[in-house]
Unconditional design. Structure first.
Length: 191
């Protein structure tokens, strides 16, 4: 009887290990559509300027969307969010046409991105943003032009994303933003 129990226990452990491996498959980034709604605000993402984020959770078919990268980083640091995160993608603002149009499918894995924090640049919901770039040199150029410091995801301080902030009024003038391609690295007048 003891031998059967040992075999059953070993089989259960092996099966559990296989299930853990299956649940950690990294999903691909999903193109942002008109139907994508921000997780916290439940507003359409395409109606807001600045970089966006998507987080994929284990056992969920669709990603959850964020109107600001700052909010996505905060989500991952909240103790009450216990679902397993399988992937985080952020807008690569180095590939964005302009601040008002971060692109629907130019995603970079957040673990590979460079973030400019403390620049005073406001995100889609009016809070200071963690501006993501897929290329360190482009992030540093943005920082040189707009202030702030360049950090990796793990180095974004908790208080930068979790502390209360004063939210700036949102601009309705989408034509006032400049093109990244013009060499201005997303220079944008903040409110």
């Amino acid at each position: 009887m003891s031998a059967r129990f040992a075999v059953a226990l070993l089989s259960a452990v092996i099966l559990a290990g296989c299930q853990d491996q299956q649940s950690t498959v990294v999903p691909q980034a999903v193109a942002m559509t008109e139907e994508a709604l921000g997780h916290y605000c439940q507003m359409n993402l395409t109606e807001h300027e600045g970089p966006k984020a998507q987080i994929h959770l284990a056992n969920f078919e669709h990603p959850i969307w964020f109107s600001q990268v700052r909010d996505a980083v905060a989500f991952t640091r909240l103790p009450e969010e216990t679902d397993e995160v399988t992937a985080i993608y952020v807008s690569d603002m180095g590939k964005a046409a302009r601040w008002a149009d971060p692109g629907k499918d130019n995603w970079v894995d957040a673990a590979d991105a460079w973030f400019v924090i403390g620049s005073g640049q406001r995100g889609g919901m009016g809070a200071p943003e963690a501006v993501p770039f897929g290329n360190e040199a482009v992030a540093r150029a943005f920082s040189n032009d707009n202030g702030g410091s360049v950090v990796r995801l793990a180095d974004i301080p908790d208080d930068y994303v979790l502390a209360p902030v004063e939210v700036a009024p949102m601009s309705m003038d989408h034509n006032a933003t400049s093109s990244h391609a013009s060499g201005e690295h997303g220079a944008h007048a903040t409110q």
